[in-house]
Structure formats: C-alpha cells, structure tokens
Design a protein around this ligand. Structure first.
Ligand code: 5RP
Length: 292
C-alpha cells in the first residue's frame, strides 16, 4: 500500500486543454486494442511509420540455404540495424539472445518444404507466440493455388480469431504459386483478400503498378526482397515500393547474401526511413562497406 502521509489531492486537471484524440499512425490499425498498437509500434517506427524487417525464416522451407547456414554468424551482426526480426520459433529460441530485445515477427505456420509443392500448412497456437513475446505472427496464403488456397485462407481466418483476443497482429505472406502472374492485378487481389480476412500487415512482392496494390489494401504492406539482386537494384526496389506507399520491407536474401550485409541493411534503412534515393543509398552502402 502506498504511503498515505502527505497524500496530495490532484489539482492539475488541464481543464482548459482538450484531450488529444489523435488516430493511430498505422493504416487500418486504429480500432484495435492498446496491446495490438503497442506491438505494431515496436515493429513500425512511430517517427517514420515504416519498418526494416529482417527476414531469415528461409530455413523453415529451404533448410540451410546460402546466408542462413549459421544464424549466429550471419544474422546476429545485422540484428542491431533491423527494426524487427522475422524467423521461425526454432531459430528464435535457439539462436537469438533474448537480451537483444528486438520485436519478433514469428513465422507461425509450417508444413511445406522445397522438396514438394505448396502444402496444407498448420498454424501455431497464439499462446506460444505470446510466450515468445512475439510482436506479430506471420502465416502464408496461397491465393489462386487450387489445392491450398482454402486451407491457407482458413489458417489466417482462424488465427486472427485467436490473435485478436491477445492483441496480436497477424501478417499474411502472399505465396505465389508457379502458375500465377506476378502482376499488380494478382498482388492487389491477394493482398486485399489477406486484409479482408483479418491480416493486420500484408507481405507481398513489388511489381509495376504497385501503387494500386497499396491503395486498395486497407492495412500496411511490406515487401519481400525476393532473389538476390545487385545492391543498387535492390535499393531501387525498396525505393520504388516506398514511393508507392509501402510501409517498409521484410527482406532476407538481398541483405544477408549481400557482399556486405551490415552495410546493406543500413543502406536499406536509409532508403526506407531517411528518404534516400537508390543512388544515395548505394553511396551509403559503399561508404559503409569500407568501414564495416
Ligand atoms: C517466404 C518469406 C520470406 O521471409 C521472404 O521470402 C523474405 O525473404 P526474401 O527477401 O529473401 O524474399 O516470407 O514465405
């Protein structure tokens, strides 16, 4: 019990000042709980509204692919420069020191590997993600894939039912089947379906006409990087996505397979948060490359 001696009545009620009823800074998030917004604010920087998420969940499908053979050696040096870490629970628990205190976007579905086609993934319980102090859960949707579309949409739908009880944002990751056209029409359709079914963040791919994909999606979109590009090209990809209204990137290979990943993630940060052009980002990359 607090000390009752010298208990002072409050007097500064600010009656001449209206309470500021400002909206929340992330698109589509305002009607969610305090816990949800706290989690989103850990992923997306409140000063820029954007995020550099570092994706290194590739092993959950691809095994020890190039750049993620040893998470301790390749990823840990990058973590200080990322706004959020995206990985599977196995890697988070075994390789990421909890003292890093970085927000986690937890890969929360499983059931597919590169040895087969897209599969009927299952999802993790939200309680497990809460126990890992995740700031978001991520599951894939295979829109347009005849054999897995229904299951993966249902996965998102059911996960959101549970996640809302815990104030847990769910990121939907659009998996592109082999027969899908990778154009704005497809990504606009897939992203919108993700949002309509409750995703609070959508991860998809940049394409020509991306401004339409962003405009018709009522929640923030982050882009995946895709296969490794030359550094300047990767920075151009980030720049174009941000110009079209993306809320950031969730990149893996274009960072950890770079000739200098520590320099690259900082250059990406310059483009995402500081408004650098691709050329300025590339200059930053080259400057840092010689020092780190
Ligand atoms: C796959 C994913 C990956 O994290 C995603 O592909 C990001 O990595 P990259 O930038 O290497 O494409 O979500 O489902």
């Amino acid at each position: 019990m607090a000390d009752l001696d010298d208990l002072r009545d409050g007097s500064d009620f600010g009656l001449d000042k209206a309470v500021e009823l400002s909206g929340y800074f992330m698109k589509g998030s305002n009607n969610n709980s305090w816990g949800f917004k706290d989690r989103m604010s850990r992923i997306f920087r409140p000063d820029t509204g954007k995020s550099v998420m570092l994706a290194f969940d590739h092993g959950f499908i691809m095994g020890p692919t190039s750049g993620v053979e040893r998470i301790d050696l390749s990823i840990l040096p990058l973590a200080p420069y990322a706004d959020c870490l995206m990985a599977s629970r196995g890697v988070i628990k075994s390789c990421i020191p909890p003292t890093f205190n970085k927000p986690i976007c937890l890969r929360s579905d499983a059931g597919t590997s590169i040895l087969t086609e897209l599969n009927h993934n299952v999802t993790m319980d939200v309680q497990n993600a809460v126990a890992l102090n995740a700031s978001a859960m991520a599951v894939m949707l295979a829109i347009g894939d005849p054999s897995t579309e229904a299951k993966t949409v249902a996965n998102l739908y059911k996960l959101v039912d549970q996640a809302e009880k815990f104030g847990m944002p769910v990121m939907a990751v659009t998996a592109v089947g082999k027969d899908m056209a990778r154009d704005a029409r497809y990504f606009g359709l897939a992203s919108r379906i993700c949002a309509e079914n409750g995703a609070s963040i959508v991860k998809t791919y940049y394409t020509e006409g991306f401004e339409n994909v962003v405009a018709c999606c009522p929640v923030p979109i982050v882009i995946a990087g895709g296969k490794k590009l030359a550094e300047l090209e990767a920075l151009e990809l980030c720049y174009r996505a941000i110009q079209c209204g993306a809320a950031g990137v969730d990149m893996g290979r274009n960072v950890f397979q770079s000739e200098n990943p520590v320099a690259m993630i900082q250059a990406v940060g310059g483009v995402v948060h500081d408004g650098l052009s691709p050329e300025e980002g590339f200059e930053k990359f080259n400057d840092l490359k010689n020092t780190v």
